[in-house]
Ligand binder design. Structure first.
Ligand code: HEM
Ligand code: HEM
Length: 180
């Protein structure tokens, strides 16, 4: 019959550790977010923020490289092209925002350290920092909504990355249940 379950690749253990581990790093970064520029007058804090931003970027690049070189998505090649494009756009958009947040942060810190602490460049960097934070949140929201949507579709995408609350198996109809 046609209801044999379609086999969908799983994301590797490493991919899962990178995905969920990185969320912890991001939450940690958010928990330490600054509220105003003047907080950087504390030199230890400024130094810490700069080092953290570099570490964050290195982790992000490592993850991006690993995923691009292995399995960037388990979405099937036969999925609707609109879905494939939207998925690719949101994934790349999240990477872009997650890179631009520390990069603009490094710009802010660098300028606070050695350049004019006020003026249009600083204002532009602060605005960009905030815009990338908010665009990032928006894309993450869309990404999580899409994950739940895939769970409803039962196409294996949710199961490939999320270890809990597994999606119901497509094709698990009465025949296959009663044959057990
Ligand atoms: C800070 C929050 C999150 C970020 C930044 C994020 C980012 C990403 C990225 C960039 C990918 C593409 C694969 C990769 O390059 O690693 C991905 C895949 C995935 N994420 Fe997330 N994610 C987040 C939270 C979540 C949550 C909360 C869920 C589920 C409830 C989720 C479910 C998935 C699934 C199912 C995939 C596999 C998609 C596929 O194979 O096409 N993510 N995530
Ligand atoms: C991974 C690294 C970073 C993350 C995740 C992050 C995140 C955030 C967030 C969520 C905000 C609040 C934005 C808002 O008001 O909507 C913020 C503000 C701010 N961040 Fe960062 N940031 C990072 C790196 C840095 C670095 C390296 C610096 C400078 C050394 C910096 C300086 C600031 C400043 C000065 C503000 C306050 C802006 C204002 O006046 O409203 N950030 N950051």
């Amino acid at each position: 019959m046609h209801n044999a379950s379609i086999s969908v690749p799983q994301h590797s253990r490493t991919a899962k550790i990178l995905h969920w581990g990185f969320i912890l790093v991001f939450l940690y970064a958010l928990s330490k977010q600054l509220d105003e520029l003047e907080e950087l007058a504390d030199h230890t804090l400024l130094q810490y923020e700069m080092v953290f931003a570099v570490v964050f970027l290195i982790l992000l690049i490592a993850r991006f490289s690993y995923m691009r070189l292995t399995t960037p998505t388990v979405l099937s090649a036969s999925a609707p092209s609109r879905m494939r494009i939207a998925s690719q756009a949101v994934h790349l958009g999240m990477y872009f925002c997650l890179a631009m947040i520390p990069l603009t942060g490094l710009g802010i810190g660098g300028l606070y350290w050695g350049g004019p602490r006020s003026g249009s460049v600083m204002e532009g960097l602060l605005l960009a920092h905030e815009i990338f934070v908010n665009t990032g949140f928006f894309l993450i929201f869309a990404h999580v909504a899409a994950a739940f949507y895939h769970r409803r579709l039962s196409d294996g995408v949710w199961n490939s990355m999320v270890p809990i609350w597994q999606e119901p198996r497509r094709g698990a109809d009465n025949a296959s249940v009663s044959s057990q």
